[in-house]
Design a binder for this molecule. Sequence first.
Ligand code: FMN
Length: 187
Amino acid sequence: MQSRRTILDYKPDKIERHTLLELFRLASYAPNHHMKEPWMIKLYEDEARSSFGEKIVDSYIRLGLLKTLDEKKLQKARVSYDKFFRSVPHHALFYMEKEDGGGYIDDENYAAVCAFIQNFQLAAWNLGIGTMWTAKETLLDKVFIRDIGLSPDTHKLIAVVQIGYPNKVPKAKNRTSIQNAIEWINN
Ligand SMILES: Cc1cc2nc3c(=O)[nH]c(=O)nc-3n(C[C@H](O)[C@H](O)[C@H](O)COP(=O)(O)O)c2cc1C
């Protein structure tokens, strides 16, 4: 848990499918209420990476996240995003089906998928495989949700996680004292 790092820079080698399957299988031992096992995953690999990246950048533009860039800089940014998306062997989109329109059951299922993602990250790290959990407003962008073949009425996107062998492992970011987060209550 302490040695895992968010990895930005990956080796080009793909991870074997049976290894990824085993990591997802291990991750599925995450706690989940009523054994809903709400996690669903789309894996973007090979040629699918560029078009997935393009859809994400289109969403950034729609959401105004790149509005400071003029047309020339935007084209440059598109090229560098494409380079990034093609530099990562696997992009995993984690999502779930909505059950109660954003109510408590959806919160429970969302929490379970987050536990699944963290299990996956730790199991992967144990095999020397790096990940980067990303989440931006794009996950709420209805056009993006439709662009990837899902429905904003029935699906909730949770994270996009980059996966691959690390090329460079960044230094650890120190955490503050955990004592600050705890209130011991005895009577
Ligand atoms: C919900 C969530 C969203 C995140 N989104 C991003 C992101 O968009 N870009 C990014 O570089 N890292 C993202 N991260 C990773 C954090 O930046 C990273 O975990 C944090 O900086 C601590 O670094 P470490 O994971 O190496 O300990 C996200 C993590 C979580 C849990």
